[in-house]
Design a protein. Structure first.
Length: 81
C-alpha cells in the first residue's frame, strides 16, 4: 500500500495518519495471528525436523526464482516506470 503511492505527487498520496493506521492495524493482526498459533495443540501445529524445513525453504526459493522469471515480477523496491 505504501510503495504504490511513493512516486505520486504529495497531494495525491494518502494522509500520513491513514498510512500509519493501516500499518499499525496490520501489525496487530499479524502479531495476534502469530501468537495464537502457539496455542494450537501439537496435532494441529506439528513441529518439523530441521532438514524438512531446509528442504521446504530450498524448494520455495527455487519456485520463487522461476515464478519471477516466468511472469516478470518486479521487486516492490524497484523504481516505478
Amino acid at each position: 500500500y505504501i510503495y504504490r503511492h511513493s512516486n505520486k505527487p504529495k497531494e495525491e498520496r494518502p494522509k500520513w495518519w491513514f498510512s500509519m493506521t493501516i500499518i499499525t492495524l496490520s501489525f496487530i493482526a499479524w502479531f495476534a495471528l502469530f501468537s495464537l498459533t502457539a496455542l494450537l495443540p501439537s496435532y494441529l501445529n506439528p513441529g518439523l525436523s530441521p532438514i524438512v524445513v531446509l528442504i521446504i525453504g530450498i524448494v520455495a526459493g527455487i519456485a520463487k526464482y522461476f515464478f519471477k522469471r516466468r511472469y516478470n515480477v518486479q521487486s516492490t523496491y524497484a523504481p516505478a516506470s
